[in-house]
Design a protein around this ligand. Structure first.
Ligand SMILES: O=C(O)CCC(=O)C(=O)O
Ligand SMILES: [Fe+2]
Length: 305
């Protein structure tokens, strides 16, 4: 008798086999959630269908299980993780709201290493004390070249993934490769690296702002939260505002967790209205941290003067 793929998958679910995590996702039709094979839930066989990719489960309308948190699961190298993201959903969200969640792209140890590295002075070109510039309370450091390998890889690969949206938004022919885009920045005198790590303690916050560092502006940037809300810190929500012509600002709060990334508009973005496309201005910031410490990695694609 031959064993079908689904029978093997069901066996792994019955055994709650953690080795199968990431290989497939079990979707429970009765509850509308999708799970890791190792989930402690006990669904009936007839209610379970399998998805080969997490994005397939989400596209089919299943929500992540609150018990096994399949949305927190990360494995594989960065290319595989980015390859598993549903970029058409990201594009739709960016076009509709000016921001999109990319889900979890860094694991616990990568987040911890980046935080530990914060106190290694040779990695950074400058430290900014936010109060001195009225940027808020807290501090951040800009990485120096050469960027740490993980930061360099994130910047290059996230650029390549998001560049089609940037082209559609601006009508500009951004090169496919970030190295070529850096040369374009250099031609405008923008040579200094902009990726940064921000560090906030109790009472700190980041005023609404835009990360513009010269005439050359890549319209989308990425932030990756390195600390876990509710555990490492409380408060400290990632907030954005959208300013439409002749309207009050609209505020948006992005739910982020440790290792989760968000893509959002740096400055302006096109918005579809009843009478055609118009431009809205976006700003982002962080509400006050009530307790603990919060670290965030910012990936900005244009360089600074
Ligand atoms: O700390 C944050 O979440 C915001 C970071 C930020 O302003 C940025 O990445 O540009
Ligand atoms: Fe920023």
């Amino acid at each position: 008798m031959s064993t079908t793929i689904d029978e093997m998958r069901w066996k792994a679910v019955v055994a709650r086999d953690a080795r199968a995590n990431g290989q497939f996702w079990s979707c429970v039709r009765t509850t509308g959630v999708y799970c890791l094979p190792s989930c402690a839930g006990r669904p009936k066989r007839e209610n379970v269908i399998f998805a080969a990719r997490r994005a397939d489960a989400e596209r089919a309308g299943f929500r992540p299980c609150k018990r096994c948190r399949p949305d927190r699961f990360v494995s594989g190298n960065l290319s595989e993780r980015l390859g598993a993201i549903d970029w058409s959903r990201v594009t739709t969200d960016l076009n509709q709201n000016g921001w999109a969640s990319l889900g979890r792209i860094l694991n616990d140890s990568e987040c911890a290493d980046l935080i530990d590295n914060y106190d290694t002075p040779d990695c950074y070109r400058s430290t900014v004390h936010m109060r001195r510039h009225s940027f808020g309370e807290g501090e951040y450091k800009y990485f120096s070249y050469p960027l740490p390998p993980l930061v360099a890889e994130l910047r290059t690969k996230l650029y390549a993934a998001i560049v089609p949206v940037a082209r559609a938004w601006t009508g500009q022919t951004y090169p496919a490769d970030h190295a070529d885009y850096r040369r374009q920045c250099k031609a405008k005198g923008q040579t200094r690296p902009t990726p940064l790590i921000l560090k906030y303690g109790p009472g700190d916050y980041n005023r609404l702002h835009q990360d513009l560092y010269g005439d050359e502006v890549f319209p989308i940037q990425i932030a990756i939260l390195l600390s876990q809300p509710g555990k490492d810190f409380d408060g400290g929500e990632f907030v954005m505002t959208e300013q439409s012509p002749r309207k009050q600002s609209r505020a948006m709060v992005a739910p982020l967790e440790k290792g989760f990334a968000i893509a959002f508009a740096v400055n302006e973005r096109p918005k579809e209205g009843a009478r055609g496309t118009y431009k809205v201005k976006m700003r982002h910031g962080v509400s006050e941290i009530r307790s603990g410490s919060r670290y965030c990695l910012g990936i900005i694609f244009h360089n600074a003067i």
